[in-house]
Write a protein that binds this ligand. Structure first.
Ligand code: ZN
Length: 505
């Protein structure tokens, strides 16, 4: 039975419409939770550590394989249930050989300490020894606050604690053929949380949903197996969490301690009260009728045709798309956005596509992405409704295998699928032959002034892009990158140690 069916039968019971023999009462929920807390322990805080693998959600090599995988070589998490705070200290390395797919390339160890307390999320400063680390002193992470906060209540003891405080209901069900009691409640931020408790009074699975710009109400499902006693508290030695159907964390727990001293987490002063920064779109003219739309972490490119305009890339989310579309209207009034070209399906590059569908634009994307978008976009978007969920309409696509040319006689945009791309199997580039402008995502980001040299993985992506430009015999003057700032092709050639004598100018 699916979650949805279970929930339906419970609400139907509440309405007195159906009597299902397997449904327990709210009073029973209290008893079930108490019994589980008695069996598992009821700590105020917990610290657990282990090793495993992590998956970058929305960063898979193609839409049909699991999330991009990295090795978790060190992992320690401290959760203070009493104060609603968490510190997750994770060290990752690439798999050997590196898994194909997205996420920002890094070499060696990447050490990130992700924190949350109440509504405030931030990353801890990294010391100089942490080569390739991200984050800075109290580096605010407002966009991560919702998930980090929810994750506290998706741990076994956190689940029971929140369930005991919420208006939980209980019903009988099965999980993997075993009888379980299903406990359901809403957390204080409006997330539904559903957990299974087995006949040993152990929490074996907890599910909830988070808003995702591509997947809508995205299932977050965590299973807990191989419980052990750690000093009087039961804790699973295997934690597997899936987001959107694929593992984002697979952890083998080697140690757990309850009620450690000094678990209290002081909020980083500069992170307090930080909100998600407003959308900022800055237009930069690259040629007649061609504008680079930057101003944030991800760029788009606007191309004016005779009777319409086309936008290359719809990154991030609805809000970013709205900001870009507003800018488009200012730059080219009176011409509709007829097409949006999507370079690859990675969620940070496709999260804004739905807004263009709502605005009536046709999506140009590789044929391998279409079925994924069509399926994903059918999911409900109740947690964070967007323009398309408020005004539903089917998406229209133009797909291609290796090449597509958008032309009206006055302007031409050529689109090519790259070969041998380890960042995304279906990665495609845009090329304006008259203007000699290359539009590309993630394979080369022109380094900022004083930036460290590219790590080998990033060099590999850029070299492959170079090989494709040679293969396609594209004459490039300027790169319009979808991260970073426009740069002459010489910037890339210099980084790669290539000469100008190649087909590239
Ligand atoms: Zn990507």
């Amino acid at each position: 039975m699916s979650r949805e069916t279970r929930v339906f039968s419970m609400s139907a019971l509440a309405l007195g419409l159906v009597f299902a023999s397997g449904v327990a009462s709210a009073q029973d929920a209290k008893t079930v939770i108490q019994n589980a807390q008695q069996a598992m322990g009821k700590p105020n805080n917990i610290q657990y550590s282990g090793t495993g693998t992590a998956g970058g959600v929305g960063q898979n090599w193609n839409p049909n394989v699991p999330w991009h995988k990295t090795a978790v070589t060190k992992y320690t998490r401290i959760i203070d249930y009493a104060n609603g705070s968490s510190t997750e200290d994770m060290t990752r390395t690439q798999e050997n050989p590196p898994d194909k797919g997205g996420e920002a390339p890094f070499a060696g160890e990447q050490h990130v300490v992700a924190m949350v307390s109440g509504d405030t999320a931030w990353n801890r400063i990294q010391v100089a020894a942490d080569v390739g680390s991200v984050g800075a002193l109290g580096n605010p992470q407002p966009a991560a606050a919702e998930e980090r906060q929810l994750q506290i209540w998706l741990t076994p003891h956190g689940f029971l604690r929140a369930a005991a405080q919420g208006k939980a209901t209980a019903s009988e069900g099965t999980d993997g053929g075993k009888k379980v009691i299903i406990i359901t409640f809403m957390d204080s931020n409006g997330h539904k949380i559903v957990g299974d408790i087995d006949d040993q009074n152990m929490v074996t699975k907890v599910s909830s949903w988070l808003p995702n710009p591509v997947l809508g109400d995205m299932l977050v499902e965590t299973t807990f197996t191989d419980y052990k006693d750690f000093g009087g508290v039961k804790f699973p030695t295997h934690i597997l969490q899936k987001e959107g159907g694929w593992p984002n964390l697979d952890l083998t727990v080697t140690d757990a301690k309850a009620n450690i001293p000094n678990a209290f987490l002081q909020v980083a002063a500069n992170a307090m009260g930080e909100g998600v920064p407003p959308v900022n779109v800055v237009a930069q003219k690259m040629a007649d009728g061609v504008w680079f739309l930057g101003g944030g972490t991800h760029n788009s490119v606007l191309i004016e045709f005779k009777d319409y305009v086309a936008v290359v890339e719809a990154p991030l989310n609805d809000a970013r798309s709205q900001g870009v579309m507003d800018q488009v209207k200012m730059l080219v009034p009176n011409k509709p956005i007829k097409y949006v070209f999507n370079t690859h399906h990675h969620f940070d590059h496709s999260g804004g596509l739905r807004a263009y569908v709502a605005a009536g634009a046709t999506i140009i994307t590789n044929e391998g992405n279409k079925a994924f978008y069509e399926t994903a976009w059918k999911a409900p978007h109740t947690l964070q409704p967007d323009m398309l969920s408020q005004n539903p309409k089917p998406a229209t696509f133009i797909t291609f295998k290796d090449k597509y040319v958008l032309s009206d006689g006055t302007r031409t945009l050529e689109i090519y699928k790259l070969q041998g791309d380890n960042h995304n199997e279906l990665m495609s580039i845009g090329y304006l032959p008259k203007e000699k402008i290359l539009i590309e995502a993630d394979d080369f980001t022109p380094p900022a002034e004083g930036a460290p040299p590219l790590v080998p993985m990033a060099m590999g992506f850029a070299n492959n892009l170079y090989d494709n430009l040679q293969r396609l015999k594209l004459q490039v003057d300027m790169i319009a990158p979808l991260h970073g700032n426009p740069a002459p092709i010489s910037t890339m050639l210099k980084v790669l140690g290539k000469t100008q004598a190649a087909a590239l100018r």
